[in-house]
Design a protein around this ligand. Sequence first.
Ligand code: PHB
Length: 393
Amino acid sequence: MRVQVGIVGAGPAGLFLALLLHRAGISAVNIESRSRREVEDTIRAGVLEQWLVELMHELGIGGRMATDGHVHDGITLQWDGQRHHVDIAGLTGGKRVMVYPQHEVLRDLVAARLAQGGEIVFGVGGTVIRGVDTDHPAIDYRPDGDGPLATIDCDYVVGADGFHGPGRQAIPKTLRREYQKVYPFGWLGILTRAPVSWPELIYANQGDGFALLSTRSPEIQRMYVQCDPTDHIAAWSDDRIWGELQARLGTHDGWALQEGEIFQKGIIPLRSFVCEPMQYGRLFIAGDAAHIVPPTGAKGLNLAVADVLVLSRALTLQYLHNDRSGLDQYSATCLRRIWKGERFSWYMTTMLHRNAAESDFERRIHFADLDLVRTSALQAGSLAENYVGLPFD
Ligand code: PHB
């Protein structure tokens, strides 16, 4: 098969890119190692920055989000039994975020891409990216996981294939620099059938550490508690989970967290990671293939789509105006904004978790950081500006 852009991966980065390229008249195909079902069921954070909400509408895929998503104009920080409302809309001149789960975004993306006649090959195996340092790059893969080899000949290869995919590895090791921070804690996340307990997301650092109260719908809530990343899920009975959530989200004024049946639970590790550069020859990497953030601040999806927005503009400039300046600058342009997303995610994570490896001094500093958001409009403004999404420069 021959297309202009071969995309490895059909997660948010790969699918948004295919839709953006289609709009510019550039042909692309996605191959994906997971099944359609697995892609559409991936449970991740669900907060979309304002520009991303606008992009969904521009691409004609904002319909379900408009009815099922929830616009939030603030978040709540909690420590020491007290809550503090951060008025994001008020602090940013009216910008807001949308709470709409990533797997719903993926369903919208897959449906839209297939409806426009785009090809997504799910369940492939043995993907090999080759020739990206020549003018004739190609992607080899096995359509049904095994069986005969198929090839995509293309002008450009995009690795939007997640942290473990072959995309990043196709940049020679000697040219790549990777930056990583692994946190000594993880998140235990649950989905529960319970009513909404509080009108906005609560990020708390109380008792034994972090908890997050989020939502999926009026009937289904998403909550997390900080845990040991090596914990087995069996060590967390429902009673223990509710006990920790009540302790970390409890207030002095008698507010009660609404409990319900827990129908899904899992533990995720927390890590920060950046790969530089994000391009080599005719290869460009995007999303989790190039960078990971801990979920505190919900930046993962937003940063992934930001990459492919930059890339789609650069490819459009190349194809329509024979101007390669955007492609040459892709990595540098993305990384300026990515490092700020990394900084914000690290700041939120550090401030909101209890870290056994830190001294009491550092723990006090984290509470001072939280209180500064309460007392300083500039500090609150900075948090709000980052939370709704920094501008593209
Ligand atoms: C979620 O709803 O899953 C969620 C929300 C906000 C975060 C992380 C996760 O910062």
